[in-house]
Design a binder for this molecule. Structure first.
Ligand SMILES: [Zn+2]
Length: 177
């Protein structure tokens, strides 16, 4: 796991993320979290894309098995459960609000985009709207940083410590002409 400043992103990382997303990965500023095998699980994207669009989701869950696991948990109503937890437990609510501020600080260390002021991701600081975004933040920042992201990862059938990566095809030899 890592937060800014990030290690340089390799060409291979970009190829894997592009395969994961099913489109060319653009404006990548770092790989904040990886599978045990080294493949990216979370991609950090510039807060303003090169075409000028503001992009709030700094930490994006790119791993296909992880995103499927989060979609399953969303369908299983984990967001409802987490929303109730935030309402009932002031400590979790306070820690979720801290996670929101840390998220903004991480993103603003790359670039401050006025249109995104106060906007983080996943429903923070008071709502639970996207487990993918919250799990991505938890993977980047480490345990204890994003309480809802931590719960999502605990309940997840996917874990970054057990490689279930598909063959992304990025190491195939390019046939010579
Ligand atoms: Zn892997």
């Amino acid at each position: 796991m890592s937060r800014p400043p990030f290690e340089p992103v390799t060409e291979r990382d970009i190829r894997i993320v592009s395969a994961q997303l099913g489109r060319p990965a653009r404006d990548v500023v770092g790989i904040p979290a990886r599978c045990v095998c080294g493949a990216p699980t979370v991609v950090a994207t510039a807060p303003r894309l090169s075409d000028g669009t503001p992009f709030p989701t700094f930490y994006y869950l790119s791993h296909p098995v992880a995103t499927a696991a989060m979609s399953f948990l969303e369908a299983a109503q984990l967001m409802v459960e987490c929303t109730e937890l935030l309402a009932d437990d002031p400590e979790t609510a306070a820690s979720y609000e801290r996670a929101h501020r840390d998220y903004l600080a991480d993103r603003e260390s790359i670039a401050v985009v006025p249109e995104l002021a106060g906007i983080s991701a996943g429903g923070m600081p008071t709502r639970v709207k996207c487990l993918h975004a919250l799990a991505a933040h938890a993977l980047a920042a480490g345990p204890g940083e994003n309480p809802i992201g931590d719960i999502a990862l605990q309940r997840s059938t996917w874990s970054p410590s057990v490689c279930r990566c598909p063959d992304y095809g990025v190491d195939d030899e390019v046939p010579s002409a």
